[in-house]
Design a protein around this ligand. Structure first.
Ligand code: BMA
Length: 329
């Protein structure tokens, strides 16, 4: 079957072909990290951040962390997806309800274009982590909506279109700390405010690379083979958690149904910038650009909770890898 991708063509997608002889399905940008240490005054790092194509260039919402280690969200802009400039001040969300706007911290943003509006979902501090939602059309004015779920929850990721007339959001119920468990669920909403019909998608456990927890990465990519979802799988080692990236395919009309998921990671921490930093051993995919014309994919991932890196793959090859190496449960 010829792969058809629903989504924008991005002719200026940041891209490098796979190096000759590389046996992997996903390969790294050879000038990683794309966003290094100290990208702004008094900011130690930008990582776990979301990027979208915008008006022929690229824009995104970025997780910054200063010396106090409290995360905030900043807008960043780039002509080519590689060289970035950032707003020095965090996003000021407009919100009529002071109870909703009193967020204590904000991290791991995703940006999803649904029906012409860019929605930002992030891990929002409201008596513990939950999923905040805001919307914008220009990346200047941001309106904060209700928090999607009760605390505690992380990795809230929207689908890029309504399914059966409802918005869909992936999430990973969690605890207040570093959460030694976690499965991916999907919830639906008629209005982006009230979320329900929560359905389990996939659990952690087997094999070991995702033995401790899993969480959705960038927004799913729509293809005629199903929704292609990149996610992080976490293993618990004697030295703490290690975060890798893998992928699964979800049913187009009923995304709580997993068509197939890979039985191994596609990207494991091994580069120096993934192994040395504030939290060594972390590859955390959050942003994704997919050129629907070619199937080329560029994934932005946080490395070692310190810098932002880029890796590449081709949708057709990833889907084939999942089919050839399916997880048997
Ligand atoms: C998770 C989140 C991520 C982070 C990861 C590794 O629980 O806090 O933002 O990248 O841990 O520290």
């Amino acid at each position: 079957m010829k792969l058809v991708i629903t989504g924008p063509a991005i002719p200026n997608l940041p891209w490098q072909p796979k190096p000759a002889g590389n046996p992997d399905t996903v390969w790294r940008y050879d000038a990683n990290p794309v966003i290094g240490r100290r990208p702004l005054p008094r900011v130690t790092g930008i990582y776990n951040s979301a990027v979208v194509a915008f008006e022929g260039k690229f824009i995104g919402v970025f997780r910054t962390e200063g010396m106090d280690r409290v995360p905030h969200l900043h807008v960043g802009r780039s002509p080519d997806g590689l060289k970035w400039t950032f707003e020095p001040k965090p996003i000021e969300f407009k919100c009529d309800d002071p109870e909703v706007s009193r967020h204590e911290y904000a991290y791991d943003p995703r940006v999803t274009l649904v029906d012409g509006i860019y929605y930002i979902t992030w891990c929002n501090g409201y008596h513990g982590p939950t999923i905040g939602i805001a919307k914008t059309t220009d990346f200047v004015n941001f309106e904060q909506i209700e928090n999607a779920f009760l605390p505690y929850n992380r990795n809230g990721v929207l689908f890029p279109r309504k399914v059966n007339g409802k918005y869909l959001m992936l999430s990973r119920p969690s605890d207040t700390g570093h959460t030694p468990f976690g499965d991916i669920f999907v919830s639906e909403s008629p209005d982006m405010v009230y979320w329900g019909k929560h359905r389990h998608i996939m659990g952690r456990g087997w094999p070991w690379f995702q033995g401790t927890k899993i969480g959705a990465g960038p927004s799913p990519i729509e293809t005629n083979e199903g929704w292609l979802l990149f996610y992080h799988g976490v293993t618990g080692t004697c030295n703490g958690f290690v975060y890798s990236m893998s992928a699964m395919l979800l049913d187009l009309e009923n995304p709580s149904k997993v068509i197939a998921s890979a039985n191994q990671a596609l990207l494991c921490p091994e580069a120096p910038y993934e192994l040395a930093g504030f939290v060594p051993g972390v590859c955390f995919p959050v942003g994704c650009l997919c050129d629907s014309a070619t199937g080329r994919i560029a994934i932005y991932y946080g490395a070692a909770d310190t810098v932002s890196a880029l890796c590449f793959c081709e949708a057709q090859e990833v889907i084939q890898f999942i089919k050839d190496n399916p997880l048997k449960r």
